[in-house]
Design a protein. Structure first.
Ligand code: MG
Length: 367
């Protein structure tokens, strides 16, 4: 792998929390990726909502397929910019591990339940999972990942929480940037969900080609597709448009970021962290992307069909939280005993770890 001096390098890493011997066949970022793939939290992403609740249909994205799409896009960008592809893949596969059942609705509800006990934030929960909640090794809790993987996973963090996190929280206090690989994954996440939500939104009947065509980016790509494919082809037409949108967003990002990197000329990852964000779109693409996000919010995320699901998801989370808070014996002994946290935090960890269907089934038994 050819790496620029601004790319993260496992050989000059800030390392793991618990020292471990290295291995000959894989670099440390590859090992991190493999640890994530073998984790229980990763497997559960298969049954967690992206936008549509898991049982609404087998064709829609789940957190797992979303994470795989993010990793594909992130790896392409990392390779083009000569950054560390394995680190980008690791961060992408882990970036949503901390999501509750029922997507953002679940997170909002759990955060509300936890308001007197330190709140709940899915980014911080992703870090909790890899740092302590996964139990796989005899010598330590968590997956004992490299600093750079953990830094990338913690995308946002309040100053209050950052102060409790040691080295990993410092960048939120000093307002510096993470590695380029982490910056790449942040944007790859957005490229993935904008485009797959268009696809899922169309398949679900919430979005039409007409409505989507009010967006500059969609309309520009659709115009090209109309040259050889009729709108009446439905899914195929949408797929042809979406693949072009991904291509244009990724290409714009790569060319613009290459220019930023050249202009700022970082000589090391520490330089990268001190500089302004170097991975970003051109102003024109930024405007088109924002326009699409606003459209998706109104047409899809706030659509009454999605909103009805959101309301029922929130009440399920509230119901489960009350049930566990009423009686400590409702939480499995083994789960309780492995934690040194306060009881409300144990409840929050237990609910956050549930899949959509487990949460629904359990809530149905406690009515
Ligand atoms: Mg995501």
């Amino acid at each position: 792998m050819v790496l620029k001096n601004y790319a993260s390098d496992p050989l000059v890493s800030r390392g793991r929390l618990h020292i471990e011997p290295g291995t000959t066949n894989r670099n440390a970022f590859q090992r991190d990726r493999d640890r994530i793939i073998h984790s229980s939290a990763f497997r559960r992403l298969e049954y967690k909502t992206q936008v549509f609740v898991n049982h609404e249909g087998d064709m829609f994205r789940t957190r797992l397929t979303h994470s795989i799409e993010v990793s594909q896009i992130a790896r392409s960008i990392a390779r083009a910019l000569e950054c560390h592809e394995d680190l980008a893949e690791t961060i992408a596969l882990a970036h949503d591990l901390g999501h509750t059942p029922f997507g953002h609705a679940g997170q909002d509800a759990l955060n509300q339940c936890m308001r007197d006990f330190g709140g709940f934030e899915h980014n911080l929960q992703s870090l909790r999972i890899v740092d302590s909640l996964e139990k796989r090794y005899a010598h330590c809790d968590g997956l004992n990942l490299m600093f750079e993987s953990r830094e990338g996973i913690l995308k946002h963090c309040s100053i209050t929480n950052a102060k409790t996190l040691g080295a990993i929280g410092e960048r939120f206090i000093h307002k510096t940037q993470p590695s380029l690989e982490a910056q790449i994954v942040n944007i790859a996440d957005e490229i993935a969900y904008i485009n797959h939500d268009i696809d899922d939104g169309f398949r679900s009947g919430l979005l039409t080609i007409d409505a989507l065509s009010s967006n500059t980016l969609f309309a520009t790509c659709a115009k090209e597709v109309k040259g050889f494919c009729s709108e009446s082809n439905g899914e195929v037409f949408i797929n042809e448009v979406v693949r072009r949108m991904i291509h244009w967003m990724v290409s714009d990002l790569i060319i613009n970021s290459q220019e930023h990197i050249q202009n700022h000329h970082p000589q090391s990852t520490d330089d990268v962290r001190r500089m302004p964000p170097l991975i970003n779109y051109t102003d024109s693409m930024l405007t088109q992307k924002q326009q699409m996000k606003t459209f998706l919010r109104h047409a899809m995320y706030e659509h009454e069909r999605v909103a009805a699901m959101t309301d029922s998801a929130k009440s399920t989370v509230h119901q489960l939280f009350q049930y566990f808070m009423q009686d400590e014996s409702h939480i499995p002994e083994a789960f309780k005993n492995q934690s040194k946290d306060t009881y409300p935090r144990i409840v929050s960890d237990y609910i956050a770890g549930m899949t959509d269907r487990f949460a629904i089934q359990l809530a149905a038994t406690i009515v």
